[in-house]
Design a protein around this ligand. Structure first.
Ligand code: AMP
Length: 114
């Protein structure tokens, strides 16, 4: 289990982030390399390396994160739509080994994804 990745450092306050929302379960902050006019990352405080490591007990946490994502999307005015992305492991492009959802919006998006 990696315990020193960049998101754990953001959770502990060791390095700064532009935090837009936080509670006991999750934290949302601006991606440092935004891929859309709005690009937030929403991460659980619980250490979960990736989507494949999710266990049934995580269901409330995951439901909560989705509720927070919908609330933030509304607050940020993403009324025309948005995309919630989760990259699981290497082939999907996951670079930080702590579960995170990308909330992207503010422009038209292509499909299929790259
Ligand atoms: P992924 O490639 O799905 O693992 O996404 C990791 C994301 O974390 C990328 O979009 C990075 O731009 C972002 N990122 C990396 N370091 C930081 C940081 N210190 N603050 C905010 N976002 C970061």
């Amino acid at each position: 289990m990696m315990t020193n990745n960049i998101f754990l450092k953001i959770l502990s306050g060791e390095i700064p982030a532009k935090i837009v929302y936080e509670d006991d379960i999750c934290v949302a902050f601006h991606d440092v390399n935004p891929q859309a006019p709005v690009h937030l990352l929403i991460i659980p405080r619980k250490v979960i390396r990736t989507h494949a490591d999710i266990v049934p007990e995580d269901a409330p946490l995951l439901g909560h994160i989705h509720t927070v994502a919908a609330k933030l999307a509304k607050e940020l005015g993403l009324n025309a739509g948005y995309r919630l992305v989760l990259n699981c492991d290497e082939q999907a492009g996951q670079t930080v080994p702590h579960l995170h959802f990308h909330l992207l919006g503010g422009r038209n998006m292509a499909w299929p994804p790259g």
